[in-house]
Design a binder for this molecule. Structure first.
Ligand code: DNO
Length: 349
């Protein structure tokens, strides 16, 4: 496995220089952030990002994400142009030598939490999802907004989107995903880019919107949409692991052996109710996911691709983008590398 770190570009308070100082850090996961969703990413911008990362002694390992326009998810006639733009962005990424692209197919909202600064007993703060609080939230009322959500929507846009999604149930969303995949994967094959869909976070429908990338059966259905290995997965322990019915290490091993795992997000969650969870430190004993089994699975199927420590807590007085501080993610990277070293040596010595 290759350790990487998410970096939000020039606006990220964490510098590439600091990231490089984390032991064993090899690559960066980033994106072009100033192009509206649905437009083609210019080749020059991609090349500039790559040069900046390489000048810091790191590799631009993954693009996370190239976002999918809502019209594609909704299956509107305008999807044709947006899919063509998506393909053109992939061609540019291919020309720049990018090998892995992460994206998601979640209607309207990306990852969702009820609180971003929940105080844990040790004084650190973490992101949490409380099903009772979520049930009380109405994205169409008030000033509800979370990082990860596209902030370019006005209240009116949101109301319109919600109305459009009334026509879209899970089966329709599958159909629209299949349509997209069958247009995009041939381009990814030509460009030799491994596409890695991110699971829905949390892995169940929210605010009445459907979600389908949620469990083993659905991941199986997803990879069957196109037989190419370029049609693959981002295996995110925190997203899939927040459903108590998902055995994440087992799922990882299963899809890894099929050659469909192209990117791994590693973080821990503590399940605290039927559909409620708190993000915890990466260490197994602090959460519900056995991180040793996660890394052991990667070792067993000989994973050589990128992995990144996902969301960290805010510790040691750090402030910044919730989930994306330096300190706890650096601890996470070091812990994951430690597990990997131990497991590897146990198996050869
Ligand atoms: C959350 C991230 C997600 C992820 C997208 C991928 O922290 O894991 O926002 O980047 O869902 O498209």
């Amino acid at each position: 496995m290759k350790m990487t770190f998410r970096w939000y570009g020039k606006d990220d308070p964490i510098s590439l220089e600091y990231i490089k100082q984390i032991p064993g850090m090899k690559g960066i996961v980033s994106a072009i952030y100033d192009i509206p969703v649905g437009e083609v990413w210019p080749l020059e911008k991609i090349k500039a990002l790559k040069s900046e990362v390489e000048a810091a002694g790191l590799e631009l390992s993954v693009i996370e994400s190239v976002p999918v326009h809502e019209d594609i998810k909704l299956g509107k006639p305008t999807r044709e142009q947006y899919i063509e733009n998506y393909c053109q962005t992939l061609r540019h990424l291919g020309q720049a030598g990018i090998k892995v692209v992460c994206y998601n197919f979640m209607p309207v909202f990306d990852w969702t939490r009820s609180q971003l600064d929940y105080r844990l007993p040790d004084g650190s703060t973490a992101l949490i999802y409380d099903e009772n609080d979520i049930a009380k939230m109405d994205p169409l009322k008030g000033e509800l907004s979370l990082p990860g959500w596209d902030s370019s929507y006005t209240k009116e846009d949101l109301a319109e989107l919600f109305a459009d999604y009334k026509q879209i149930d899970e089966e329709k969303l599958w159909e629209n995903l299949g349509y997209f995949i069958n247009k995009v994967i041939p381009v990814a094959e030509t460009e030799d880019i491994l596409m890695a869909i991110h699971p829905d976070d949390p892995p169940w429908g929210i605010f009445g919107l459907p979600r389908i990338i949620t469990n083993k059966a659905n991941l199986e259905r997803f990879i069957a949409l196109h037989p190419s290995k370029h049609n693959g997965l981002t295996m995110c322990s925190g997203s899939l692991g927040s459903d108590k019915n998902n055995n994440f290490p087992e799922m990882l091993a299963y899809f890894g052996k099929k050659g469909r795992v192209h990117f791994v997000h590693a973080r821990n969650v503590k399940l605290v109710g039927n559909k409620s969870f708190q993000e915890s430190a990466h260490l197994s004993e602090t959460g519900s996911i056995d991180m040793y089994r996660v890394i052991k699975a990667l070792h067993e199927f000989g994973y050589t691709g990128p992995i990144r420590p996902d969301h960290g807590r805010m510790i040691w007085g750090e402030t910044g983008k919730p989930g994306y501080g330096l300190y706890d993610r650096a601890l996470g990277a070091t812990y994951l590398n430690g597990l990997y070293e131990a497991i590897t040596k146990d198996n050869v010595e």
